[in-house]
Design a protein around this ligand. Sequence first.
Ligand code: NAP
Length: 320
Amino acid sequence: MKAVVVRAFGAPEVLKIEDAADPVAGAGQVVVAVKAVGVNPVETYIRSGSYARKPALPYTPGGDAGGVVEAVGAGVTGVKPGDRVWTSGSLSGTYAERALCREADVHPLPARVSFAQGAALGVPFMTAYHALLQVGRARKGETVLVHGASGGVGIASIQLAKGAGCTVLGTAGTEAGRKLATAQGAHQVLDHGAAGFREAVMAATNGRGVDLILEMLANVNLGKDLELLAPRGRVAVIGSRGCVEVNPRDLMAREASIHGVMLGMTGDEDRAAIQAALAIGLENGTLVPVIGREIPLAQAPAAHEAVMAPGHLGKIVLIP
Ligand code: NAP
């Protein structure tokens, strides 16, 4: 099979397509024929060598995919060959024509959801659910600000927060991004770079502030986020690419709190709860991943450039 292989950490060009051995399903494992691969920012951090957790070289990136079960190992009962599935992790890497996965990371993909949409579920929707409900503890009637609403996690966050009965504010840096977030159901979408942003959030909440902020770029926004919070408001930090200064008095004045979010910290129990909730939303059509761009697998370097470029919309997927 063809697979993207990284033999040295570095620039996007280290993602090379090669011939690789087909994976074989051992006990409790599933081989998935990959039809679409989800590209996430974390895969660029790992590829560059700057991420805390580094795989042994050489490796094939990726854990998110949509595809069809090709083979199952002994003891696998949840899926069978021919089933349409999405994956939330892979032992061999999903940037390939076939991926070896634990049974626990392979989930049924409803007929109404495309393979590309299936590839957009793992990291983005699971992170959004974990941040919104398990860490951020959003409650019906609260106001949630999705700070970075036009990307993979942001769109998932809007859909999930609406489903949870929250009022949803969003931000994006481009007009197209704001239109997309609005189309996903956000009640109001603001420009995160605009002068008067703080005043616009306060006006949108009748001066009260927001109950929960899902933050995609904390190193830029966290200090100002604290001024946007309602009493006992929370910030769930999903993304950050550097350091930031905060004024603890902004926390004290509101008895507010800042929470870190790390999908990789979730155990199988939390993950199963997330996946069960996502299955309902996919089945009833309230969760609809948005695909911004499809790129051939051999052009994985271009996908890594694109996912880090400002202003891209929705999910970038690779097609083997
Ligand atoms: P993405 O698809 O690239 O989306 C990035 C989003 O951030 C876009 O909506 C972008 O909007 C927005 N953004 C850019 N500059 C911003 C600013 N100054 N203020 C607010 N938003 C801004 O990435 P993603 O997959 O949604 O992931 C988002 C972040 O979360 C990434 O940093 C990723 O590494 C991280 N993440 C963390 C976890 C975890 O477990 N902690 C899991 C998944 C993702 P515009 O381009 O329109 O400006």
